[in-house]
Design a protein around this ligand. Structure first.
Ligand code: BGC
Length: 387
């Protein structure tokens, strides 16, 4: 695998504000991390202190040969109270955009990556009647700082946002494996995405607007295929259908997931013995991303695809390289078969807060929890030089 991607292919890593910045104290997740929910093993705390060290992070990325960086703007910082927008926080994120450009990195900016202001969640979050309006006010406030950003991702993994909405609201009647997005939240997220695009384009006519879909490659035992379809419909298909007018669609995939009906519930099934698992407990299945881009292409039609996340949680960096090598080969094979993939962003640049725990390490770079010193793993240089 090497030298087989087109010259203008986006080549980067992805991060999310809450997972690396630290002290995102005004967010709904910060509040959730301080409950006794079984999902929470530890709070995010200082994370990787990237709120202050983003320049160092970008230096590592550019120094390793990457040309692109996907990061997110934190709504909870930008709008700490309803309609109170922080000029200082907007200036902070503008400095990051400039900082990326100064280093030769093209920024792909996400406006919502799982977290929102605590006040938004307290008013019902994505299930509240004015959720879309609220998000639009935030988008209006952020749009002016997004000059020089070629690609904006409005919302990361909308189906997971809709699941988190239930988790945080305490209305989850099953664990994550069997939980279904609340259709009201899904509808609001789709509407928010559709309304955001014209706002952004009004400010920056050439901006390419899309969003990122989580693709888990659901499959089922022969004869039970309808379980996989029923699983994919509210989690993936509705959002792919809503992407048809976008400038691009982001695809994120890590594994495949076997589903079936247990005690009457459609749920993700446990892996059998002998299956290699990653630190998230997922099957080590690198061709997931190739499978995912093929399926998404068949659903959305003629829209360019960007792999906005793909990676593996492992302590063994050689396994990360093996996984990524096979994953990239699967993308190249899909491209050779005509799938229009325009870029690849690896998840993630840094070992970070994996939504409840620091244990699953996805990073190309390790971070000391006390000094915040960055320790690049061999995979950083390997991937940076492999376009
Ligand atoms: C999310 C990331 C997360 C990663 C690994 C994606 O679902 O966008 O925030 O850390 O997968 O679980």
């Amino acid at each position: 695998m090497s030298g087989r991607f087109p010259p203008d292919f986006l080549w980067g890593t992805a991060t999310a504000a809450h997972q690396i910045e630290g002290n995102n104290t005004n967010s709904d997740w910060w509040a959730f991390e301080h409950t006794t929910h079984p999902r929470i093993k530890e709070p995010s705390g200082d994370a990787a202190d990237s709120y202050h060290r983003w320049g160092e992070d970008m230096d590592l990325l550019a120094g390793a040969g990457f040309t692109d960086y996907r990061f997110s703007i934190e709504w909870a910082r930008v709008e700490p109270a309803p309609d109170e927008f922080s000029a200082a926080q907007l200036a902070h994120y503008r400095r990051m955009i400039d900082g990326a450009r100064d280093r030769g990195l093209r920024p792909l900016v996400t406006l919502h990556h799982f977290t929102g202001p605590r006040w938004f969640a307290e008013r019902g979050g994505w299930m509240s009647a004015d959720a879309v309006d609220r998000f639009m006010r935030y988008v209006e406030a952020v749009a002016p700082i997004l000059g020089d950003v070629d690609h904006v991702c409005t919302i990361n993994e909308p189906h997971v946002v809709a699941l988190i909405a239930r988790l945080i609201a305490g209305t989850a009647d099953r664990d994550m494996a069997g939980l279904e997005p609340d259709p009201r939240a899904s509808a609001a997220l789709i509407e928010a995405h559709h309304q955001a695009a014209p706002i952004l384009r009004a400010h920056w006519p050439r901006q390419q607007v899309g969003w990122s879909l989580a693709w888990v490659n659901a499959y089922a035992d022969p004869g039970a295929e309808d379980a996989a379809e029923r699983y994919a419909q509210p989690r993936q298909i509705v959002f792919a259908d809503a992407s048809r007018d976008d400038d691009w669609v982001g695809v994120q995939s890590y594994t495949r997931t076997k589903v079936g009906v247990v005690d009457g519930w459609l749920t993700e099934l446990k892996l059998g013995p002998g299956v290699e698992r990653t630190l998230t407990g997922w099957e080590f299945y690198p061709q997931a991303i190739g499978d995912a881009v093929r399926t998404v292409a068949s659903l959305v039609g003629d829209i360019p695809i960007i792999v906005t996340e793909n990676g593996v949680a492992t302590d063994g960096d050689e396994r990360r390289i093996a996984y990524t090598d096979a994953a990239l080969t699967s993308v190249q094979q899909a491209m050779a078969d005509g799938v229009d993939v325009r870029g690849y962003f690896h998840w993630s640049l840094l070992d970070n807060y994996e939504w409840g725990s620091y244990r699953p390490t996805f990073g190309l770079v390790a971070v000391d929890k006390t000094t915040f010193a960055r320790y690049p793993k061999p995979s950083l240089a390997w991937l940076g030089s492999h376009k």
